[in-house]
Design a protein around this ligand. Structure first.
Ligand SMILES: NC(=O)c1ccc[n+]([C@@H]2O[C@H](COP(=O)([O-])OP(=O)(O)OC[C@H]3O[C@@H](n4cnc5c(N)ncnc54)[C@H](O)[C@@H]3O)[C@@H](O)[C@H]2O)c1
Length: 424
C-alpha cells in the first residue's frame, strides 16, 4: 500500500524535504508525495516541478491548507512552514484523520506542543518531529560509544556554538529574528543541540542561563552571503514586505549561555550565539571518567574521536572494536547503500541531508502502519524544546528552572505573551 503524503511549506526546508522524498524514492516505493502546499503558488510550483522531474510524478499544488485537506487523498502531512503554523496545521490534520510529521521545533511554545500531544492522543494519529541530527549514522555511533562505556561514566558535556552572523538576519528569513515566531539561534538551531544533548546524556533536570539580545537591529542580506552552502535551497522563497538591505528589528534572544544538570548527575554547558565577531568556536565534547569523546559535526560524515586518559587517541574503524553490538537499523542501512557498521562516510551535504529526511518519513510511516511510536514523537520533541526554552525562561527570570516545569507549563513567563498572541 502506498502512503500518500502532502508537503506544507515549500520554502528552504520544504525544498530540502522534497529532495529527501526524491532520495527516498530511489530505495522505496511505499510513500508518494501527492501534494505540495505553500501560500506562494510559484514557490510551491518550483518544488512540485523538481519532484516531478526527478520521480516522473508531479504532486498537485495547493495554496490553501484547509482546501488541500478537503480535496486531496492523503494519509499524512509533513509540516514545514515557519514555526508559528506547526501546531494549528498539525491539530487540524490529525482531526481530519491524517498522520503528521512536523519540522522542529515541534511547536512555537510548549503550550502549543501540549495541544499537539493531546490531539495525537485523542485521535490516535502519529505526531512525529523531523529532528534530524540524531539520525546521522555518526551520532548513532557516538551514542553507542557512550552507552558502551567507551569514556567511562559521563561527567559533563560541552556544546558551544559561538559564531557570527555579521549583523545579518539569520538565514535571511525575517521570522527568525522575531521572538513571537520562535526565532533566534537559541531556539531555531539550539533545539537541535538540545535534542542531541538529551539523546547522548539522558533527561535533563535543571537549567540556569544568562541570555541577551546583543544585536537588536539586523540587516536582511542575501542567503548567498549569509549561508552560502544552503543558498540554492532558498533562492525560490519569498520574503513578503521586505527587500535585501532592509533593517529588521531582532526581538529574539541571540545569545544564551546555559548550565544544565542532567538527571544522571552529569553537567552540561549549552552556549549559543551568532554575535561573536572575529571569533568562531565550536565545541562538542562529552568527558567521562576514562576519557573525552569529540563529537563530529552532524551530517559531515566524520568519525567521532576519543582521547583516553592515558593519552591514546581512538578514531575511525578502531572505534568499532569498542561497540561490537553497533549496527545501523535496516532503514538507515538501506539508505546508506547497505552499510551496517561504519565509522565514517564520504557523501556531500545535500545527499546526507536528503537521506536523513528520507529516514524521517519512513520512520513516521512505519509508526502509522504498525500503530507504534515514531523515534521522535511528542515526548522527545517537547523535551528538546523545553530544554531550549528553559534557557530562555531562566535567562528572563534569573532563576534556575526545572525542565519538566517548562515542558508541562508550570514555568512559562517567557512564553506567556506568545501564547496570548496566538490565542491559546
Ligand atoms: N531540521 C532542520 O535542519 C531545519 C533547517 C531549517 C529549517 N527548519 C525548520 O523548518 C521550518 C521552515 O523553515 P524554512 O527555513 O524553510 O522557512 P521558510 O520561511 O524558508 O519557509 C517557510 C514556508 O512556509 C510557507 N508558509 C507560510 N505560511 C503558510 C501557510 N499558512 N500555508 C502554507 N505555507 C505557508 C512560506 O510561504 C514559506 O515558503 C521551520 O520550522 C524551521 O525551524 C529545520
Amino acid at each position: 500500500m502506498t502512503f500518500n503524503i502532502a508537503l506544507v511549506g515549500c520554502g528552504g526546508m520544504g525544498r530540502r524535504h522534497a529532495h529527501g522524498y526524491i532520495e527516498l524514492r530511489k530505495y522505496f516505493d511505499t510513500v508518494s508525495l501527492a501534494a505540495v502546499c505553500d501560500v506562494h503558488h510559484d514557490v510551491a510550483t518550483t518544488v512540485a516541478d523538481e519532484v516531478g522531474a526527478a520521480t516522473g510524478s508531479r504532486p498537485d499544488i495547493y495554496t490553501d491548507f484547509e482546501k488541500m485537506l478537503e480535496s486531496a487523498d492523503l494519509d499524512g502531512v509533513a509540516i514545514v512552514t515557519s514555526t508559528p503554523m506547526h501546531h494549528r496545521f498539525a491539530i487540524q490534520a490529525m482531526q481530519a484523520g491524517l498522520h503528521v510529521i512536523t519540522e522542529k521545533p515541534m511547536g512555537l511554545t510548549l503550550k502549543a506542543c501540549r495541544l499537539m500531544r493531546e490531539a495525537s492522543r485523542s485521535t490516535g494519529k502519529v505526531m512525529a518531529v523531523a529532528e534530524n541530527y540524531r539520525r546521522d549514522p555518526m551520532n548513532r555511533l557516538t551514542r553507542q560509544l557512550i552507552d558502551a562505556g567507551a569514556i567511562g561514566t559521563p561527567y559533563f558535556a560541552l556544546d558551544m556554538s559561538v559564531g557570527s552572523s555579521g549583523g545579518a538576519v539569520m538565514h535571511s528569513t525575517v521570522w527568525r529574528a522575531q521572538k513571537n515566531q520562535a526565532g533566534g539561534m537559541v531556539l531555531d538551531a539550539g533545539v537541535h543541540n538540545a535534542d542531541m544533548l538529551l539523546y547522548l546524556m539522558g533527561p535533563a533536570d535543571t537549567v540556569f542561563a544568562e541570555t541577551s539580545i546583543f544585536e537588536q537591529e539586523r540587516t536582511l542580506r542575501p542567503m548567498s552571503e549569509v549561508a552560502p552552502g544552503l543558498a540554492a535551497m532558498y533562492d525560490h522563497r519569498k520574503e513578503d514586505g521586505y527587500a535585501t538591505g532592509d533593517l529588521v528589528e531582532q526581538t529574539a534572544v541571540d545569545t544564551a549561555f546555559g548550565v544544565i544538570r542532567f538527571r544522571s548527575g552529569a553537567i552540561g554547558q549549552l552556549s549559543m550565539t551568532d554575535t561573536s565577531h572575529g571569533q568562531s568556536l565550536g565545541v562538542s565534547t562529552v568527558s567521562g571518567s576514562t576519557g573525552t569523546l569529540f563529537r563530529p559535526r552532524s551530517r559531515s560524515g566524520q568519525s567521532p574521536r576519543i582521547v583516553r586518559k592515558d593519552g591514546v587517541e581512538i578514531t575511525g574503524d578502531a572505534l568499532l572494536d569498542l561497540v561490537p553490538g553497533f549496527q545501523l537499523d535496516e532503514i538507515t542501512s538501506s539508505l546508506w547503500n547497505g552499510a551496517r557498521r561504519i565509522s565514517s562516510y564520504d557523501l556531500d551535504f545535500r545527499t546526507i541531508d536528503s537521506k536523513i529526511l528520507a529516514y524521517e518519513y519512513l520512520d513516521m510511516v512505519n509508526a502509522a502502519e504498525t500503530g507504534g511510536q515514531p523515534e521522535v514523537g511528542p515526548r522527545e520533541g517537547m523535551d528538546a524544546l523545553a530544554l531550549a526554552y528553559a534557557l530562555m525562561e531562566s535567562g528572563a527570570s534569573g532563576s534556575t528552572v526545572t525542565v519538566d516545569d517548562v515542558a508541562e507549563g508550570r514555568t512559562s513567563d517567557f512564553q506567556d505573551d506568545i501564547d496570548r498572541e496566538m490565542g491559546i
